[in-house]
Design a protein around this ligand. Structure first.
Ligand code: ZN
Length: 495
């Protein structure tokens, strides 16, 4: 087993990864709220934790990866106030909220498939786990860390902070939070502005509502991840991940809910990917730089000078370490596109290298060290940029070999080919889009040929020999060999 070291946000340091029940690993990542088209902000956490999922499996762990779908309770302004985004959209478009959620869940899945992100082991929906969330609220109430107010249930942050510490993950201090928002206290049902909703009583116009002992209503956003993480991964599990924007309040509240309900923390390693910017600016609808993944893939946004393929996006995200920021500019994406193509060229070239009796010294060293170098980079908190730079060094060698400026033995070429394929495709999860495009093109050719052959069969049946011969000759001129056999017509592209 590799010695994998990961950065634990909770302790603000790198730690050796030691699963609670090795070789089984439980991993939970906050998934999308399904009320809009998937955008760049969805791609980074999905790809970051896809790399972790792939690597953990590769080094021999049995991973149960849970990534949820938030289809209720994620409110406009903070966790307590404002409209449910899915409901709001449903009202505007006169649809059932579940139609909105399903539509955007499908869109999200399509985008993830394009980016070659593996599906999680379990993808639970918040609306499918209302009972588990109500049970969590009841436990917190029973333990005295929540109170009822007008049919809603709030987490009592001040009470909790007396017995435990609220703010362990984000480093925030409760007294600062209270002082900062003093003028707002008392304007609503909460005792303290820092308190957050565990259950909200539904207003009459609210469509998504469930019965509970406290009121007809819906759970607070933070409840679902605590309830579903515990249901599928147990009361103590290894990894909880998400974007850095979720550290506060979402993950801070999750820790408080876990401790308030079961007495101790649920998660051993907290991991967070950094944010993305576009041309140096935060991405936002009001800034006019809110770009969906589809707009990237088709180039249909004013900010973009061209389309960028899903693998260019993936390669670009992996060119930065997941805890660093990533700025999307056309220049940076074009550089990523070139880098990705360079790597794919070399991977294709590997099949055309002629071997020699022995490798020269430099090539031998490179082929012998590449695997170890890539493992060391991955073990150092998933340092994907270092994996890519090691692969680029290998690309340089491949070029020399193709140009007969270096020599490689059969064994060294086998090792080089295996290592480059393993890290580029299996671990970084890249896909050769050119061969995928070629496959698609060939499939389309095939369909056209079949259609033309059907017309020829029809002509023959009508004893229209002139047309049938003309079709065969035209296909032959285009490079297709057509043979009439007793079982029917066969064809192949003659190359
Ligand atoms: Zn979550």
């Amino acid at each position: 087993m590799q010695d994998l070291v990961i950065y634990n946000t909770l302790h603000r340091q790198k730690e050796l990864f030691q699963p609670i029940a090795a070789p089984n690993v439980g991993m939970y990542v906050c998934g999308p709220t399904v009320y809009g088209d998937p955008h760049l902000g969805h791609a980074r956490p999905a790809i970051t934790f896809d790399i972790l999922f792939r690597y953990l499996k590769h080094i021999g762990y049995k991973v149960r990866y849970v990534r949820n779908i938030t289809d209720v309770g994620h409110l406009e302004h903070d966790a307590d106030e404002g409209d449910d985004k899915i409901e709001k959209k449903a009202r505007l478009e006169q649809l059932e909220p579940m139609e909105i959620a399903q539509y955007y869940t499908n869109r999200y899945h399509d985008a993830m498939r394009s980016l070659n992100v593996l599906p999680p082991s379990i993808e639970p929906h918040a609306t499918g786990h209302i009972i588990e969330q109500e049970e969590l609220v009841r436990q917190i109430l029973d333990n005295g860390y929540a109170y009822e107010s007008n049919g809603s249930i709030y987490f009592d942050v001040e009470k909790y902070n007396k017995d435990h510490r609220y703010g362990v993950l984000s480093g925030r201090n409760l007294s600062d939070m209270v002082n900062n928002s003093r003028e707002l206290a008392g304007v609503n049902e909460k005792r303290n502005q820092a308190d957050f909703a565990l259950w909200k009583r539904a207003m009459p116009e609210h469509i998504m509502r469930w019965p509970s002992p406290w009121s007809d209503g819906f759970p607070g956003w933070h409840c679902e991840c605590t309830a579903m993480g515990r249901k599928y991964l147990g009361s103590h599990f290894d990894i909880h991940g998400g974007g850095m924007d979720l550290v506060f309040p979402h993950h801070e509240c999750e820790i408080a809910q876990a401790v308030a309900s079961q007495g101790d923390e649920m998660v051993k390693y907290w991991m967070h990917n950094n944010m993305i910017t576009i041309n140096g600016q935060k991405m936002g609808k009001s800034l006019g730089n809110f770009i969906t993944l589809e707009q990237f893939f088709t180039g249909s946004h004013q900010t973009l000078t061209q389309a960028y393929s899903p693998m260019t996006i993936r390669f670009f995200i992996l060119s930065a370490h997941y805890r660093g920021t990533v700025d999307f500019s056309n220049e940076a994406l074009q550089a990523a596109e070139k880098g990705y193509e360079r790597l794919m060229n070399s991977l294709e070239d590997l099949a055309h290298i002629q071997t020699a009796a022995a490798s020269d010294e430099n090539t031998k060293k490179l082929a012998g060290n590449l695997r170890q170098k890539c493992y060391e980079a991955m073990n150092d908190d998933l340092m994907t940029p270092a994996v890519i730079s090691a692969l680029f060094e290998a690309c340089h060698s491949v070029n020399l070999l193709i140009d007969h400026k270096a020599q490689i033995s059969t064994d060294d070429l086998k090792e080089l080919t295996e290592t480059m394929n393993l890290f580029a495709f299996d671990i970084l999860g890249l896909r050769n889009e050119r061969s995928a495009n070629n496959d698609a093109r060939e499939e389309a050719y095939g369909k056209v040929v079949e259609m033309v052959l059907d017309l020829r069969a029809k002509a023959k049946a009508e004893k229209n020999w002139a047309v049938s011969d003309q079709i065969r000759d035209s296909l032959a001129a285009a490079g297709f060999q057509v043979k009439d056999t007793k079982d029917g017509v066969t064809w192949k592209l003659d190359r």
